[in-house]
Design a protein around this ligand. Sequence first.
Ligand code: TYC
Length: 103
Amino acid sequence: PQHDEGGGVVLERAPSRVQPPPMYQVVMLNDDYTPMEFVVVVLQEFFGKDQATATQIMQKIHFEGKGICGVYSRDVATTKAAQVQDAARQAGHPLQCVAEPAG
Ligand code: TYC
């Protein structure tokens, strides 16, 4: 609080020292064995994509080798990558999913 000429109190906001958390992208890698339909379902169930968007992302991964499924805080990104790999192993697929610093 600072006092102005008239003796009143002027409240000024201090510059915020709070920084947004560093973001991590969840990247899925292509392979020759995981069914396309499994990848589309994963993108819907774990990353909240609609069917059309999930299909586009799956095709990008299939043709370009990898693709970004979503961008999150580090905790959320690493958890999602682990959950996807768990689901893939349970289903017997070699799908690889990793979290890495975004940007
Ligand atoms: N290449 C796989 C196939 O032809 C499909 C696929 C897409 C696999 C994306 C993994 O992250 C992936 N069945």
